[in-house]
Design a protein around this ligand. Structure first.
Ligand code: ADP
Length: 264
């Protein structure tokens, strides 16, 4: 019989595997048994009404919250806990930091360091966490700023950048740790409408480079164009999933149809 641990190891092309994931905050059960697999290089868009547990699911993958049930494997490795002799043990802080360093996360609010320039924001983690030499980190940081179209803003402070530019710096900052997986939590929902496109373009470009991405967004156009798979969540469960053509254009479930009717 296959155990839950075996399930995490099968198939090396699976980058994230969530099995029966539960999360409760006090009496509030936010995730009620999520099963989801994300393959290497895949772009998965999570859609669903506010409060359905999408952000919580991303935060669990990145170990900003801890599971109250189920298991998540990233790159074939259980996160948060490890199994030895059939028993589960809490991982050390060092181990958790190592696991988190392979994942980049971009938030709705860009959370840049306000007193640091764009380049300093991008080089901070490689220098402090990875002990990368400053000159090496800066050369890579400039490359990443160029990748997000901001090569000429390296010395600007966040307050002198538009929201779209700040979010692009935040993407470059996440990429500076060379992640294998990028999590995006409503990256454009705090932006003025005219700034949304430039951030989506950067994300689309990243998807084209083969990055594995899980994206929470209400941007249906982005989902249709860029997602390999769309997962519709509601009330802490996955209601349906499939290609954009299946879920967005031909939803099987009434709850999906109702949601799409509201956001489209
Ligand atoms: P979504 O991203 O789909 O909008 P969230 O994952 O942000 O949903 O939230 C799901 C539910 O969990 C909401 O009811 C929210 O209030 C609740 N929640 C999220 N984080 C916490 C927390 N730290 N403590 C208590 N409740 C929380």
């Amino acid at each position: 019989m296959s155990t839950a641990t075996d399930a995490g190891r099968t198939g090396s092309d699976v980058q994230v595997r969530a099995v029966n994931v539960h999360k409760r905050f006090g009496n509030l059960e936010v995730l009620k048994g999520i099963d989801l697999e994300v393959r290497r290089g895949e772009v998965v868009v999570l859609l669903g009404p506010s409060g359905s547990g999408k952000t919580t699911f991303l935060r669990l993958i990145n170990q900003m919250e801890s599971l109250t049930g189920g298991r998540i494997w990233v790159d074939g490795e259980l996160i948060g806990v490890e199994e030895r002799d059939g028993k589960l043990y809490q991982r050390t802080d060092k181990d958790i930091a190592r696991q988190r360093s392979s994942i980049g996360m971009v938030f709705q609010r860009f959370n840049l360091f306000p007193h640091k320039t764009a380049l300093e924001n991008v080089t901070e983690a490689p220098i402090v966490v990875k002990k990368t030499a400053k000159a090496t980190a800066e050369a890579r940081g400039r490359e990443l700023l160029a990748q997000v179209g901001l090569e000429d803003r390296a010395d600007s402070f966040p307050s002198h950048l538009s929201g779209g530019q700040q979010q692009r710096v935040a993407i470059a900052r996440a990429l500076a740790m060379d992640p294998d997986l990028m999590l995006f939590d409503e990256p454009t929902s705090a932006l003025d409408p005219e700034l949304v496109g430039e951030v989506l373009t950067v994300m689309k470009d990243l998807a084209g480079k083969g990055m594995t991405m899980i994206v929470v967004t209400h941007e249906i156009g982005f989902a249709r164009e860029v997602a390999d798979r769309v997962v519709f969540m509601d009330g802490g469960v996955v209601v349906e999933q499939g290609t954009p053509a299946e879920v967005i254009d031909n939803p099987r479930e009434e709850r999906t149809r109702a949601f799409l009717g509201r956001v489209n």
